[in-house]
Ligand binder design. Structure first.
Ligand SMILES: Cc1cc2nc3c(=O)[nH]c(=O)nc-3n(C[C@H](O)[C@H](O)[C@H](O)COP(=O)(O)O)c2cc1C
Ligand code: SF4
Ligand code: SF4
Length: 317
């Protein structure tokens, strides 16, 4: 067992790259996909969660992971039934009808600064050593919404105290809503620089105060992400598909099967865009919206790395 663990979720590699950078800084650290394992040893000195903000909140896959984490008895003090409403699986009656994607604002075009949604400020108060130090880094394009508050509620419901959170502004990848900016390399430099003070905070085990999520922001997240799973009906495959199966392998939700050499979407989509963005032939589109748009994956993550980490290989430092 390693001394530290970072659990990550990623569609286009920003969050995986972040997790790997933290792994390097901490040393003796596992990087584990939240989609490959629910086991948690509970003896690590620190536990990190790294994932993207989706629709101003926490991706369903992350909430599912927290809900199903196999914890040692001393960490767990309550069951999954206490999970907040937003973390229940979509498709159940708690989730309203599917949205028109026009209801979801383009993150790169909105002006709500993360500060307005309660960006935490690290305090010099060091973490008390008795329990593991638990932190989260959320990669995002423009709006954090209720992400931290929602995560805090989900962890609390499993008896886990969240000690520190930090937003990490990254390349905005939601190609369904907007053009992929041509400034990926500039963004990468900016993101790398912003990560350094966060890593210093984590090494010093600093703590942050996490505010309760504002009801309005929670409602936005609930409405925007309703029935997201079945939005995969909008994907189309072009003739250029070579049946390489990359889309099947990169899907963190296990939502793609190849049928007669063509991807088939199974209605459990997270909208992470991995299939569309990683397809080497650009053979996948989201209706007509993405036909003329560029593709993006983090330039420092290869498709082989992405697949290896997703399926649990190469996780040790
Ligand atoms: C379905 C979806 C929803 C998103 N919603 C938001 C959002 O509400 N706010 C935001 O700032 N960025 C949003 N983004 C952008 C991602 O959070 C950002 O690009 C992130 O760094 C992607 O991480 P990854 O490369 O690890 O997948 C969204 C991206 C996707 C695919
Ligand atoms: S990744 Fe693209 S080319 Fe490969 S099977 Fe999927 S759709 Fe076809
Ligand atoms: S089907 Fe595509 S968009 Fe949906 S979860 Fe899988 S990789 Fe992500």
């Amino acid at each position: 067992m390693q001394e530290h663990v970072v659990y990550y979720f990623s569609g286009t590699g920003n969050s995986l790259k972040t997790a790997l950078t933290i792994q390097k800084a901490l040393g003796c650290c596992d990087v584990v996909s939240m989609c490959s394992s629910h086991e948690h040893h509970g003896e690590e000195a620190s536990i990190g969660f790294v994932f993207p903000c989706y629709f101003g909140g926490v991706p369903h896959q992350v909430l599912e992971f927290i809900r199903n984490m196999e914890l040692p008895g001393d960490l767990e003090n309550s069951g999954a039934s206490e999970l907040p409403e937003a973390s229940k699986a979509p498709g159940t009656s708690e989730f309203p009808e599917a949205p028109g994607t026009s209801e979801i604002p383009a993150t790169s075009e909105t002006s709500v600064a993360p500060e307005a949604s309660g960006t935490p400020v690290a305090s010099a108060t060091p973490h008390k050593q008795a329990s593991p130090y638990v932190y989260a880094i959320v990669t995002y394009g423009a709006i954090l919404g209720s992400t931290f508050g929602q995560l805090n509620e989900a962890l609390k419901s499993r008896g886990i105290e969240l000690n520190y959170v930090a937003p990490l502004k990254s390349f905005a990848n939601y190609v369904v809503m907007y053009e992929m900016s041509s400034k990926a390399s500039e963004m990468l430099v900016e993101t790398k620089a912003s990560l350094q003070p966060i890593i210093a905070d984590i090494l010093a085990q600093k703590t942050t105060k996490i505010k309760k999520p504002l009801p309005l922001l929670k409602t936005y997240n609930r409405l925007a992400s309703r029935n997201v799973h079945t939005q995969d009906r909008n994907f189309v495959v072009r003739e250029s598909c070579t049946s390489c199966a990359t889309c099947e392998r990169v899907c963190p939700a296990g939502n793609i099967e190849l049928a007669e050499g063509r991807p088939l979407w199974l209605g459990q989509c997270e909208q992470c865009m991995a299939c569309l963005q990683w397809c080497p032939e650009r053979a996948i589109d989201y209706g007509e919206k993405t036909q003329k748009r560029d593709r993006y994956t983090n330039p420092e993550i290869t498709v082989t790395m992405f697949i290896d980490y997703l399926h649990g290989a190469g996780m040790h430092s």
